[in-house]
Design a protein around this ligand. Structure first.
Ligand code: GLC
Length: 754
C-alpha cells in the first residue's frame, strides 16, 4: 500500500472502525480454550461489544498456527479486512532462550545483543509474531525493583548501545524494511520506570527534569535513533503526571524532540490506571487525556473502545487526534507488509526446522558464557581441571534444576534446558574428565546433592508457582541436607549452585531484602563448616547482598538466568574451556540499605573519603558508601596489567580532540578477555556532574604475554552534557579522565578544555 492508499483507507473507515484499530486485546479472547497464552496483567472489567472484538486492531500474548486462524477470521469480519497486529514479549529469546537482558548487559557486547535479538526475531517471525515488547531501556539503579532483570543496567551509555543494538537485531538491517524475516521492536517503558519510588512497580518516579533528560532518556533516544517502530508508555508518573497521559513527555519530548513518528502503545491497562493514580476521574477522562497525550493503542483496557466515540460525537474530542493515531497504526502494518502478506513469515514447517537449531543453541551458549561475571577467585580455585582425579561435589537447588530461564520467558520451555548435572555427565561420557588415558587415579569423580529447596517449604512465596512449597516434609529437608553435607565432606571442592527463584525477579517482584533465600544461606554456612573450597555459582535477576556468600566462597560466578544452554555454558567456564569475561552492569550493594546505588552518582558537599567514616561527612553509621562490587567489575582466568594512561595533550579547545591510551598486557598463563573502560568527570559545571561517567569501552582478547595499546578519543561527544540552560554542549574547565578495568578503578589524568 502506498501512503496515499493508507490515507484513502482511513478516510473510508467509520469512527467505530477507527477506534477499533486503537484497541489491543488479550489473545485469549480469540483462542480456543486451553491454548497457550501469556497473561501479563491483572484481570480487568472491560466491557466489549461483538463489534469491538471484530474491529480490534491487535492482540498480544500468543504465537504459532493459531495466529493464522485468528488473522483469517478477523480479516473476514473487519469491515475493510484490515489485518491484525500480533504482539508478544520476546525479551530474551523466543524458544531458544538466552540470558536475561541484565546478563546481556554484563557482556558489554552490543554485537552479541544484536545477534541474539536477530535470532529471536527470526524464530518469532516464523511463529507469526509481528511485534516484540523489547528492548527495555529503563535506567536501573535500584535493585529492590525486580524489573532490573529486564534492563541492561545503571549506565546511560551502555543502555543506549544495547538498546540500539537490540532494535537493529529485531528489526533487521535498513530498519525501513521489516520484511526481511524480522519483527518490529518496541522500546519501553517510556519513561524513567527504573526510578519508581522505593523500587516498587506502578508508583511515582521522583526525579528532576534535568536528571530525566540527562540520564534516563538516553536508552530510549538511542532506540528511536535506531528506527524503533514502537514505544510503550510506562506505569509510573513523571513530574507527578502518569506517563501514559503525560502530554509534555509524549508529544513534546518523545515525538517533537526525539523525533519518534511510530506507534505509541500504553502498557497493560495503563490508560485505565490513570484513574487509580488520581489523574482521571473516570474512564472517559482517562481516554481523553491519554489520546491528547498521543497514545495510539490502548492495551487491555476499554477506555478507548467504550469512551472515545461519544466524546467525538459531542465535540469533546477532535476526530483528528483519532485519525493521526490510526494512520500511525496503519502505517506500521504497512511497513510490516501485512496488507500484502497478512500471514508474513508465519511458517510452521520452517519454524520446526529453525527453532532450537544447533546454531541457535550455540549462540545462546556463547551469550550465556559472555554474560557470566566472576566476582572472586581466591587461590585461583577456578577453573577446575576436570582430569585431575579430584572429587567435585555439585551441591545446591540449582545443581539439577531446569528453572534457569528468566521469568519473562514465555515461549521457551524448561524441558529444552540443559542442566548443570547433564552437562557434567556429558563431559564424563565424552571422556573429558579422565587424565592419562583414563587411568583410574586421574578420573575425576562427581557427586550431586540438591541440599535444599530454592525458597524453602513454609514460606508463602508470593507467586503463582509453589512447586517447592507443598512437597517437602521435615524429614525430606533433613535428608537433603545430610546428603549434601556428606558429599561436601568427601569432596576436594564444592560447586555450590544457588540463587534467587526465577520468579523472584521480573514484574511485580520488588524486594526489601536483597539476600539469597535463608534456606540456601543456611546450606552455605553448613557446607563451609565441612569444606572451605567452595565455588559459588549464583543465579539471580538482580544485584544481591553477597556479604555472606563472599565470606564463605573462594570463588563467585554470577550467571544471572542463563537460558536454554545454561548447563553447557556453566561447565564450559567452570572447567576452563572458556574464561569468564563479563562485567557488572549494576553495582552489587554492600547491603540493601544502600539502594538505590550506582557508580555514576553525584558527589555531595562533603564527599566521604573512600573507606573512611568521618563525622559530618556524607555516609552511613552502619555501612560504607561503596558497593560490595562496583559497576564494570569482573575477573577472568588470566591476569592483566594496564599501564598508566597517557594523554596526547592536556589542553584542548572547542572542536578539538585529545587521545588517551594505555597498554594492556596479559601477564597470566592463558588467553583472556579484558574490558578497558573510559570514564570522565567534569569537575565543575553549570550543574553538578556525576563523579564518573562511562564514555567508552573496549573488549580486548590477548594471548599470554601479549600486549596491545588501547586508545580512546576525547572530544565534544565525550565532554558534552545537558547544561543548566537546557542546551547540550561543553563548558570549559577541568576534566578528570580514568582508564580502568571497572567503575572504581583507574588512575586519574587531567584534561583542560579551554
Ligand atoms: C506488562 C509489562 C510490559 C509488557 C506488557 C505486555 O505489564 O509492564 O513490560 O511488555 O505488560 O505483556
Amino acid at each position: 500500500m502506498t501512503d496515499q492508499n493508507l490515507k484513502e483507507l482511513l478516510a473510508d473507515m467509520s469512527l467505530r472502525e477507527k477506534i477499533g484499530q486503537m484497541l489491543q486485546l488479550p489473545a485469549g479472547i480469540y483462542l480456543e480454550p486451553g491454548s497457550r497464552e501469556a497473561v501479563t496483567g491483572p484481570d480487568s472489567d472491560m466491557k466489549l461489544t461483538d463489534e469491538d472484538l471484530d474491529n480490534a486492531g491487535s492482540i498480544l500474548g500468543t504465537w504459532g498456527p493459531a495466529l493464522d486462524h485468528i488473522q483469517k477470521e478477523q480479516m473476514a469480519k473487519q469491515p475493510h479486512h484490515i489485518p491484525m497486529l500480533f504482539m508478544l514479549d520476546v525479551i530474551n529469546g523466543f524458544r531458544t532462550v538466552y540470558p536475561a537482558p541484565l546478563g546481556i548487559g554484563a557482556s558489554f557486547d552490543p554485537e552479541l545483543a544484536r545477534d541474539c535479538a536477530s535470532m529471536a526475531a527470526n524464530e518469532a517471525a516464523l511463529s507469526g509474531v509481528h511485534v516484540t515488547f523489547s528492548p527495555m531501556a529503563d535506567l536501573c539503579r535500584d535493585a529492590r525493583w525486580g524489573r532490573v532483570m529486564e534492563g541492561t543496567g545503571e549506565d546511560p551509555y551502555l543502555n543506549g548501545l544495547m538498546a540500539a543494538a537490540m532494535v537493529e537485531g529485531y528489526q533487521g538491517s535498513g530498519m525501513q524494511k521489516y520484511g526481511c524475516g524480522k519483527i518490529c521492536a518496541c522500546i519501553k517503558h517510556f519513561a524513567a520506570y527504573g526510578a519508581a519510588t522505593a523500587g516498587r512497580d506502578y508508583t511515582a518516579a521522583q526525579l528532576s527534569e534535568h536528571t530525566l533528560r540527562e540520564f534516563y532518556l538516553s536508552g530510549y533516544k538511542a532506540a528511536v535513533d535506531a528506527g524503533v517502530g514502537m514505544v510503550m508508555t510506562s506505569f509510573n508518573t513523571v513530574d507527578d503526571i502518569p506517563a501514559t497521559a503525560n502530554r509534555k513527555l509524549m508529544r513534546d519530548i518523545l515525538r517533537k524532540e526525539l523525533g519518534f513518528d511510530g506507534v505509541l502503545i500504553s502498557d497493560y491497562g495503563a490508560i485505565r490506571e490513570t484513574i487509580a493514580h488520581g489523574y482521571a476521574a473516570d474512564k472517559e477522562e482517562a481516554a481523553r487525556k491519554a489520546l491528547e497525550a498521543g497514545v495510539d493503542i490502548d492495551m487491555c483496557s476499554d477506555c478507548y473502545s467504550a469512551y472515545l466515540e461519544q466524546q467525538v460525537k459531542n465535540g469533546g474530542i477532535d476526530e483528528k487526534l483519532i485519525d493521526e493515531a490510526v494512520l500511525r497504526i496503519l502505517t506500521l502494518k504497512n511497513r510490516l507488509g501485512l496488507f500484502e502478506h497478512p500471514y508474513r513469515y508465519a511458517d510452521s514447517k520452517k519454524a520446526e526446522q529453525y527453532i532450537l537449531c544447533p546454531e541457535n543453541r550455540a549462540l545462546a551458549r556463547k551469550a550465556a558464557r559472555e554474560s557470566f561475571v566472576l566476582l572472586k577467585n581466591r587461590e585461583n580455585i577456578l577453573p577446575i581441571a576436570a582430569d585431575q582425579g579430584e572429587t567435585i561435589a555439585f551441591i545446591g537447588p540449582y545443581t539439577d534444576n531446569r528453572s534457569m530461564l528468566s521469568s519473562w520467558t514465555i515461549v521457551g520451555e524448561e524441558k529444552d534446558v540443559v542442566t548443570i548435572r547433564e552437562a557434567v555427565q556429558e563431559l564424563e561420557e565424552n571422556g573429558q574428565t579422565a587424565g592419562v588415558a583414563g587411568a583410574d587415579g586421574n578420573t575425576t569423580h562427581f557427586l550431586f546433592a540438591r541440599g535444599c529447596p530454592v525458597i524453602g517449604r513454609n514460606e508463602t512465596f508470593y507467586t503463582y508457582d509453589n512447586r517447592e512449597a507443598a512437597a517437602l516434609s521435615d524429614q525430606d529437608l533433613a535428608r537433603m541436607e545430610a546428603e549434601a553435607l556428606n558429599a561436601a565432606k568427601r569432596a576436594d571442592r564444592v560447586v555450590l549452585c544457588v540463587g534467587e527463584h526465577f520468579l523472584q525477579s521480573g514484574e511485580s517482584t520488588s524486594r526489601t531484602e536483597l539476600l539469597l533465600p535463608e534456606v540456601q544461606l543456611n546450606l552455605l554456612r553448613k557446607v563451609a563448616e565441612v569444606n572451605p573450597n567452595i565455588v559459588t555459582v549464583l543465579f539471580t535477576g538482580r544485584p544481591l547482598d553477597l556479604r555472606e556468600v563472599k565470606k564463605y566462597s573462594k570463588a563467585i560466578l554470577v550467571v544471572w538466568f542463563p537460558g536454554t544452554e545454561a548447563g553447557h555454558a556453566i561447565t564450559d567456564v567452570l572447567f576452563g574451556k572458556e574464561a569468564p569475561q563479563g562485567k557488572l552492569p549494576m553495582s552489587f550493594p554492600y547491603c540493601t540499605g544502600q539502594e538505590p546505588i550506582s557508580y555514576n552518582e553525584f558527589s555531595s558537599g562533603r564527599p566521604m573519603p573512600e573507606g573512611q567514616h568521618i563525622r559530618f561527612f556524607s555516609g552511613y553509621l552502619d555501612a560504607p558508601n561503596e558497593p560490595l562490587y562496583p559497576f564494570g567489575y569482573g575477573l577472568t582466568y588470566s591476569e592483566f596489567r594496564l599501564s598508566e594512561a597517557k594523554l596526547d595533550r592536556t589542553v584542548i579547545h572547542s572542536g578539538e580532540t585529545a587521545r588517551i591510551s594505555a597498554v594492556l598486557e596479559n601477564t597470566g598463563k592463558r588467553k583472556g578477555t579484558e574490558t578497558v573502560q573510559l570514564y570522565i568527570r567534569d569537575v565543575a559545571a553549570s550543574c553538578v556532574r556525576p563523579v564518573r561517567e562511562l564514555k567508552g569501552f573496549r573488549k580486548v582478547t590477548l594471548a599470554p604475554g601479549e600486549s596491545r595499546t588501547v586508545e580512546f578519543s576525547i572530544g565534544e561527544e565525550q565532554l558534552s552534557f545537558l547544561r543548566a540552560d537546557g542546551t547540550v554542549g561543553t563548558e570549559p574547565g577541568e576534566f578528570r579522565i580514568f582508564l580502568g578495568l571497572s567503575g572504581a578503578d583507574g588512575k586519574m589524568t587531567k584534561l583542560r578544555l579551554e
